[in-house]
Ligand binder design. Structure first.
Ligand SMILES: Cc1cc2nc3c(=O)[nH]c(=O)nc-3n(C[C@H](O)[C@H](O)[C@H](O)COP(=O)(O)O)c2cc1C
Length: 168
């Protein structure tokens, strides 16, 4: 898939078909994560691959805004090191790359940030020095995604030319 096409057709999905995602696709998503750049190339992040309905249910129970992850094919918990001021930027970049790598193989995804921190750390053995930054859930979308139909404001409201406030 062309990269721009991937960006423009990808939607965040929260309902998935029950069919399993091949492990080759999961590896491709993890490789996309590994290939993503970090500030100062620190590569401070760590990823927990969550598979199996019971573990995904546990992950859902530990969330406040991602209960839908119970129905995902798999999920990845993105941990970053808050000692780096840019760690949240790194997390956003890696989440998007993983989502695009998945979408390239027809696998949709959604993400959430609302977690019950104490419970999630305990259930997944997460050390205190790492921040639980994003959880991404992946799977085949339950419904056909309507290509390009995104709820976005037009560029005219977003872009200034040369100086803030100058519109073309
Ligand atoms: C920083 C960030 C935090 C988000 N947190 C959540 C979340 O907690 N739960 C959730 O279901 N979606 C979450 N989302 C997904 C957004 O709701 C979604 O990206 C947005 O609605 C656009 O979706 P679309 O690309 O399908 O149009 C988050 C997205 C971002 C970028």
């Amino acid at each position: 898939m062309d990269i721009f096409e991937g960006i423009s057709t990808k939607l965040d999905v929260r309902e998935f078909r029950p069919e399993a995602v091949p492990s080759e696709t999961k590896q491709s998503v993890l490789e996309a994560a590994r290939m993503t750049g970090t500030g100062l190339n620190t590569q401070h992040w760590r990823f927990i691959l969550v598979e199996g309905r019971d573990h995904l249910r546990k992950l859902a129970e530990d969330s406040t805004s991602g209960m839908w992850v119970e129905g995902a094919g798999f999920a990845i918990i993105v941990l970053t090191n808050p000692k780096y001021s840019f760690h949240l930027i790194d997390a956003g970049r890696v989440a998007q790359n993983m989502q695009l790598a998945a979408w390239n193989r027809g696998v949709a995804s959604g993400l959430f940030t609302g977690i019950r921190e104490k419970e999630l750390r305990n259930d997944f053995g997460i050390p205190k020095e790492l921040n639980v930054t994003i959880v991404v859930g992946f799977g085949y979308p339950a419904r056909k995604l309507t290509d390009g139909k995104k709820n976005r404001v037009p560029l005219g409201q977003l872009v200034y030319y040369g100086k803030y406030g100058t519109t073309a």
